[in-house]
Design a binder for this molecule. Structure first.
Ligand SMILES: C[S@@+](CC[C@H](N)C(=O)[O-])C[C@H]1O[C@@H](n2cnc3c(N)ncnc32)[C@H](O)[C@@H]1O
Length: 408
């Protein structure tokens, strides 16, 4: 097994250790042979021989120090000990997915802007007494074979999801939004026909929770794996899929405070040239008079292009890839269904203002939380599986070294 951040932290399980003790413990835990510790390589301009392995351990010590999990013992050279947070991390670390007990609610981790709760979303949000401005979430899908984190029976899906969302929707500020990422690729059992659960879900969210459908955005995912295999590759009766729906609801459409000026995109070069030339030269009539264009249209300088409701973002975003690699090295469960950070940031900026509260009842690897954090929104998420929160904590801590995005 290779050296890892948690491996190094775990070497301090018994408390303060001099470096030699920590190396010994790491050697035992990870099966590192004495020769590997003894190996020396020249370093720096002076070419002094140093142990590359020990230098890596010391680099991890510094990273753990920055994360507030390990600290040097004052006045004792080469002696380190876990902080209180580091001790909790060692104790709480779970190799396996462990769902929280019913009714239990524990703080997973927090930042100045938000908190991640190890809790069932129904329990936690029914106890929250603050208005939520945006809910951005991706629940477990009604899959025939559920993912590692489990999910409801397909027949109960709509009822289950409404029950889960009800407490957080009840806390939506007037004009707040719910963005819901679900799957289009759910089929009737043994059939190439798609399930109508999406239609039932939209109606239920309107009728049971009083939400209004603002739109159904298309998330075009160019790196989506080819499928449905049974119907597109084998029977050839379907084509490959390339998109997922992102439903957008509001509890009060007239008061909705989403604002596309927060997500304007750069004009295309062609359009920038059109603006610079004073816009269209002649008036024109299109579509039997349904569309008219005056001379000089598109001549005004504008701050940017209003985005369309089709968003192209590959699912394998750099932020997730880095976390996945880290989780693999640490030997902790990898989340199999995360959202790209760029998509979450787009929604967060569009549908909330800095300082407002963003919630995700199905927190996963905290993509919504991170998007909110980077864009200076407050946030609260819940997640049933402690192991996902553990990875999220690292993701958040490592991302905190990035600068926050611009104000919008
Ligand atoms: C599709 S994943 C969300 C992934 C997330 N959007 C991300 O990018 O990391 C759904 C998550 O909901 C969690 N979950 C399922 N039921 C839950 C419940 N009742 N309360 C809280 N979390 C739940 C699952 O453990 C899983 O991590």
């Amino acid at each position: 097994m290779q050296l890892s951040l948690f491996g190094v932290l775990n070497a301090y399980e018994a408390g303060a250790q001099v470096n030699a003790q920590a190396y010994e413990r790491l050697g035992r835990d990870l099966g590192i042979k004495a020769e590997a510790w003894a190996e020396r390589q020249p370093v720096g301009t002076a070419g002094q021989p140093h142990s590359p392995l020990k230098r890596r351990v010391r680099w991890y010590q510094q990273t753990l120090k920055r994360l507030g999990l390990l600290e040097p013992v004052a006045g004792k050279r080469g002696v380190w000990r876990p902080t209180a947070a580091g001790r909790r991390t060692i104790e709480q670390r779970q190799q396996d997915l462990e769902p929280c007990a019913p009714g239990l609610m524990q703080l997973g981790f927090s930042t100045e802007l938000g908190m991640a709760l190890w809790a069932d979303c129904k329990d936690a949000f029914s106890r929250l007494d603050e208005p939520v401005h945006l809910v951005l979430t991706s629940p477990p899908y009604p899959l025939a074979r559920q993912r590692d984190y489990g999910g409801p029976e397909r027949a109960e899906y709509v009822d289950w999801l409404c029950t889960c969302l009800e407490p957080v929707v009840a806390r939506l500020a007037s004009g707040g939004s719910l963005f819901l990422s679900v799957s289009n690729d759910i089929f009737e059992t043994g059939s190439p026909a798609r399930s109508l659960y999406r239609e039932r879900l939209v109606l239920a969210l309107h009728e049971r929770l009083g939400l209004h459908k603002m739109d159904e955005w298309i998330w075009h995912n160019p790196s989506k794996a080819p499928g449905p295999v049974a119907w597109a590759s084998k029977r050839r009766v379907q084509v490959n899929t390339a998109w997922e729906p992102i439903y957008w609801f509001s509890n009060d459409p007239q008061a909705c405070f989403a604002d596309n000026r927060r997500v304007l995109q750069p004009h295309s070069e062609k359009h920038a040239r059109l603006i610079a030339s004073g816009g269209t030269k002649t008036a024109a009539v299109f579509a039997d008079g349904a569309n008219r264009r005056r001379a000089g249209a598109f001549g005004a300088q504008t701050a940017g292009r209003i985005p369309r409701n089709l968003i192209t973002v590959p699912h394998n975003c750099p932020s997730q890839t880095a976390l996945r690699a880290w989780a693999k090295a640490e030997g902790i469960p990898i989340h199999g269904a995360t959202m790209p950070l760029a998509l979450a940031e787009h929604v967060v900026r569009f549908a909330s203002e800095p300082g407002q509260l963003v919630a995700d009842p199905f927190g996963g690897w905290a993509t919504t939380a991170l998007a909110a954090e980077l864009n200076l929104r407050r946030w609260v998420i819940t997640e049933r599986m402690r192991a996902y929160l553990y990875a999220s904590q690292w993701r958040m801590a490592l991302s905190s070294q990035q600068p926050a995005r611009a104000k919008g």
